[in-house]
Design a protein around this ligand. Structure first.
Ligand code: ATP
Ligand code: MG
Length: 651
């Protein structure tokens, strides 16, 4: 069998159809984990292997830097190195940088990492009074207007029509802030992230010679996660295509989670109905990622939500059954985080590596409690969504040192030893420092470089410091930060497209998921539901969904489990929220069963001596009281509520 046929072997019939339909336009619509990304990666590899595509003429656009890096890596393995797999931003940045001097005759301007300070300045200039929170909302609105192709002068009218509000600022005034922001930015000679796309689009639209050059370079376009493309990105794609139709888009309308940033759940449908009415549309329904238990939960998320969201068929898991989805209530967030950390340790003992686990949550601010809990048990972790890895001073310093050592031809031991020796000059050692904050961040950066060296020598046993530095340079150029070999802590947003063996969907309570600010907007609630769907569908085998009744330890138990759990919770767990039982989770005057509490404490003490320490042993007294307050009538019920080992209880 030829190599070319090999590329089609690991695909099912529908995926194979995607991979062999090399001419565009083509649209693939399918649910999570059905192999969309895999199918288009194989399509590109098949196209290049059969000589239809020249690798350098393919531009594959993915949503995150990490996804782009993974796609490049897959393509390299499949023999299609040289294909450009990038985010819209990085693809546009490359072109804008290249053509800028020719068009404007100056050096490429500096890029603004955060709009906040300039928006604050702009607001001051036009006399809009706004506190920090409102300024953040204003920054987000500036971004929305830009990616939605709404100009400052038109903003007022558009905002009224679309019922957009920023605090109680008059829409006309928001328009004035937008205008002033652009001026402030221009005065300082800076550009922002959206400008990168706008500049590229402007060059393509206004300079026929450059447009022709770019279009000669790229002939084949593939866009992953098309459901979250915003109007500006869509405009750029049109300009790249320049009337051609060699484009394949892939997406899942149920994973549209960026409408706040200008995406629209109708964009995928529009592609086939309006833009390219003749484009074949391929649907995939087999889920290869997750166990039947996880897929069943995912299917349930949209049940009863009407045809527009249930679009597509129910997913069918192709995997053998795994453990049941673990739904867990907790008294407070620290207890929830401790239990997750403990479960991570248990899974690690069972052989699941740390990098195959992720804790996912709604907003970045939630990471703190998990960082603390993981830190306490010395579990390595890395935060996703952090940008600018190669701009960090410790990374720059480390690269400089490594480069120097590579030139000096140092190295008698393994690559990893060499790297450790070089980084020792920066006080790096294998053990993470205590606590969190800047010291821990710095260590993580260096640890990431060390892990990269280990990975590299696995891949290429002869790799030396020079090879490592070359790899670092390449990654820096592609803004592709290495990940540390640890548990991933990430928001749902930053986790899209990715997968792990074990996923903890944390903080699944009303007010957090759905997020407070969305709770009286039915449209926004549906986006929250899609976020939940994205979260649970990241898991391959182990999925735990947890929530807590109070934020702080000993706080009032005010929170309810997320409404998205209504159809998912096994009845026994729902006991804890049945109104008649009047369950009060830990409060100072908690009405709990003293005898049961003591029994649980004794049991905790006993099992904590055991080697296979179950999650239960880290439950603090408040949590035990909360469980005891439920007064479950049988050991089985208790098991459902808390995950307590039944055998122990029946003793
Ligand atoms: P998402 O919607 O989350 O982006 P996706 O549809 O892009 O998911 P992939 O990430 O491509 O799905 O695939 C999910 C997992 O299933 C991957 O681990 C992939 O390697 C595996 N997979 C996909 N198709 C097959 C197949 N035909 N045989 C075996 N494994 C497969
Ligand atoms: Mg994908």
């Amino acid at each position: 069998m030829s190599d070319v046929d090999d590329l089609l072997n690991g695909l099912d019939p529908e995926q194979r159809e995607v991979a062999t339909t090399l001419r565009g336009p083509l649209c693939v619509i399918a649910g999570a984990g059905t192999g969309k990304t895999r199918a288009i990666t194989h399509r590109i590899a098949y196209g290049t292997a059969t000589g239809v595509y020249k690798p350098t003429e393919v531009l594959a656009v993915t949503f995150t830097v990490k996804a782009a890096g993974e796609m490049r890596e897959r393509l390299r393995v499949l023999g299609a190195a040289g294909v450009q797999a990038r985010t819209f931003h990085s693809a546009a940045l490359r072109q804008a940088r290249y053509f800028w001097p020719r068009v404007y005759g100056t050096e490429f301007p500096q890029i603004l990492e955060s709009k906040f300070a300039f928006v604050a300045e702009a607001a001051r200039q036009v006399g809009v009074r706004a506190d920090q929170a409102l300024l953040r909302d204003l920054s987000a609105e500036v971004e929305w207007a830009k990616v939605s192709n709404v100009r400052p002068d038109d903003y007022g009218a558009v905002a009224v029509r679309r019922q957009r509000t920023v605090g109680d600022i008059d829409p006309g005034e928001v328009g004035a802030v937008l205008r002033s922001y652009e001026q402030v930015k221009r005065d300082r000679g800076r550009i922002d992230m959206e400008d990168i796309l706008l500049i590229t689009a402007a060059i393509l639209a206004d300079d026929p010679a450059i447009a022709a050059e770019i279009r000669r370079q790229y002939k084949w376009f593939v866009v992953d996660e098309f459901q979250d493309v915003n109007p500006l990105q869509s405009t750029l794609l049109d300009l790249w295509l320049g009337g051609r139709d060699e484009v394949c888009v892939v997406g899942d309308p149920r994973q549209t989670i960026y409408t706040f940033a200008g995406a629209s759940p109708t964009i995928l449908g529009d592609f086939t109905t309006r833009r390219f009415p003749d484009a074949p549309r391929i649907e995939l329904v087999r889920n290869y990622r997750s166990t039947p238990q996880i897929v069943a939960a995912a299917n349930e998320v949209f049940s009863g939500r009407g045809p527009s969201v249930t679009l597509g068929v129910r997913l069918q898991s192709q995997n053998s059954p795994g453990p049941a989805v673990d739904y867990r209530p907790f008294a407070d967030e620290p207890a929830e985080a401790d239990a997750i950390a403990d479960r991570i340790v248990a899974l690690h003992r069972q052989g699941v590596s740390y990098r195959e686990m992720a804790v996912l949550y709604r907003i970045n601010a939630q990471s703190e409690v998990y960082e603390e809990a993981l830190g306490r048990l010395q579990i390595p972790y890395s935060l996703r969504g952090g940008t600018g890895f190669f701009q960090r001073s410790e990374v720059r310093q480390a690269v400089t040192l490594l480069r120097g050592s590579a030139r000096a031809g140092e190295g008698s031991g393994s690559l990893a030893d060499d790297v450790r020796a070089v980084l020792a000059a920066m006080d790096y050692s294998d053990t993470p420092p205590e606590g969190r904050g800047a010291v821990r961040d710095r260590w993580e950066s260096l640890q990431a470089i060390h892990t990269m060296a280990v990975d590299l020598s696995h891949e290429r046993p002869d790799a030396d410091l020079t090879a490592l530095v070359a790899d670092l340079d390449r990654r820096a150029e592609q803004a592709h930060a290495p990940s540390t070999d640890g548990v991933t802590l990430s928001t749902f947003h930053a986790a899209k497209g990715l997968e792990w063996d074990a996923v903890f969907v944390a903080g699944a309570q009303e007010g957090t998921l759905p997020y407070m600010a969305t709770m009286d907007d039915p449209v926004a609630i549906e986006e929250e539901r899609r976020l939940f769907y994205v979260g649970i569908t990241r898991a391959r085998r182990h999925l735990m969904v947890s929530w807590s009744a109070a934020r702080k330890a000993g706080g009032q138990a005010r929170r309810k489990p997320s409404r998205f759990l209504d159809r998912l919770l096994p009845e026994k767990v729902q006991v804890s929220r049945a109104p008649k039982r009047k369950v009060r989770l830990p409060e100072p005057d908690l009405d709990y069963d003293e005898a049961l509490f003591e029994r649980l404490r004794a049991w905790r003490k006993e099992v904590s001596q055991e080697e296979s320490k179950p999650a239960f042993t880290v439950f603090n007294d408040a949590t035990l009281k909360a469980i005891a307050a439920l007064r479950p009538s049988s050991g089985e019920q208790l098991l459902q509520v808390s995950g307590v080992g039944q055998s122990k209880l029946e003793k």
